[in-house]
Design a protein. Structure first.
Length: 323
């Protein structure tokens, strides 16, 4: 079992006019992708900001690598923790290279090494270093700025990365591209991420573990499959049901995996086509009608097989639930 990198023990935050967070306890393990999901006012962003002491808790303790965060030198704590916001806030008077290199240089890396690092990171997100290194933030699109901001957070190889609704201001295509980027970086670096979102789809797709929050309290903590199959209460169940597309053809295949419609064994001896779990029911229909069965992929790993009969069962169940 991996060791916890972060623990919140009975943490609360009382603002002058309201209770922001009420008695929250949770543990984040090393290398885990931990998602805080909830609507506006649920306390998820307040919880995130207490971790790097942008907000101080009113009570309870937060432990980072076995040490109370209140005992850290503030600069030491914040340079150990990456932070990505919805408003990415690149330094407007710095080039892309300077933005990405800032924290590594503060930690003592020389400029030659940080330039090579910036070039490597830009290539990983399909931005040509020759074209982008010397650009200013004002010359970038919103999606490009967000990519650079994510790279800046990962560049110093921090022990923990906090991400506060980093994609919510972007268009759907850019959001999906950046989800895939963050998943790829997480898999490659084995980094620990705490990610805030109001979108249950995003939580289920990204999280190893999910904490569902409401009115400052944690309603349930569990894996995506646990949240889907055994919701702690009606509130959690409704959050998931609302995340299903109103149009059945727009439901993502990863939802079918979480809901138990995939099998691990292939039913036919013939070669079957494959499709990514980020595709939708509408995308898979023609394939499954031709082949009778489709292999669902999670990157390079098989998530299981979807048969025509199981797809029909899902469609029937969906129609019953949405009458």
């Amino acid at each position: 079992m991996t060791d916890p990198i972060l623990k919140l023990d009975h943490v609360s935050k009382q603002f002058s006019d309201q209770l922001g967070v009420a008695d929250v306890s949770l543990t984040v393990n090393d290398g885990e992708f931990f998602v805080l999901v909830g609507s506006s006012g649920s306390g998820k962003t307040t919880t995130l900001r207490m971790i790097n002491r942008l907000i101080e808790p009113s009570s309870g303790t937060i432990t980072f690598h076995g040490k109370n965060t209140a005992e850290y030198n503030l600069r030491e704590l914040r340079t150990s923790i990456g932070y990505v916001l919805q408003d990415i806030a690149l330094f407007p008077n710095m080039t892309v290279q300077q933005n990405v290199s800032l924290i590594p240089e503060m930690r003592g890396k020389d400029k030659k090494a940080t330039k090579l690092l910036a070039e490597q990171l830009l290539r990983e997100v399909d931005l040509d270093p020759e074209q982008y290194l010397q650009k200013m933030p004002a010359d970038l699109s919103g999606g490009e700025q967000q990519r650079v901001g994510i790279l800046r957070a990962f560049a110093a190889n921090p022990k923990l990365i906090l991400m506060d609704e980093p994609f919510s201001a972007l268009d759907p295509i850019s959001r999906r591209q950046l989800r895939e980027l963050v998943k790829k970086i997480h898999e490659n670096t084995h980094s620990t991420i705490i990610f805030v979102t109001h979108d249950m789809d995003e939580a289920l797709e990204l999280g190893d573990k999910i904490a569902v929050m409401r009115l400052g309290k944690v309603e349930q903590i569990g894996s995506p499959s646990e949240i889907v199959s055994t919701p702690a209460n009606d509130f959690v169940a409704k959050m998931f049901s609302k995340s299903l597309a109103h149009d059945i053809y727009g439901v993502y295949l990863n939802k079918l995996a979480l809901m138990g419609y995939l099998t691990q064994d292939k039913k036919t001896t013939a070669t079957v086509p494959s499709i990514e779990e980020t595709a939708t029911v509408g995308d898979v229909l023609s394939l499954i009608n031709q082949a009778g069965e489709v292999k669902i992929m999670r990157g390079q790993i098989s998530a299981g097989y979807l048969t025509q009969s199981e797809l029909l069962r899902f469609m029937a169940d969906f129609q019953k639930a949405h009458r």
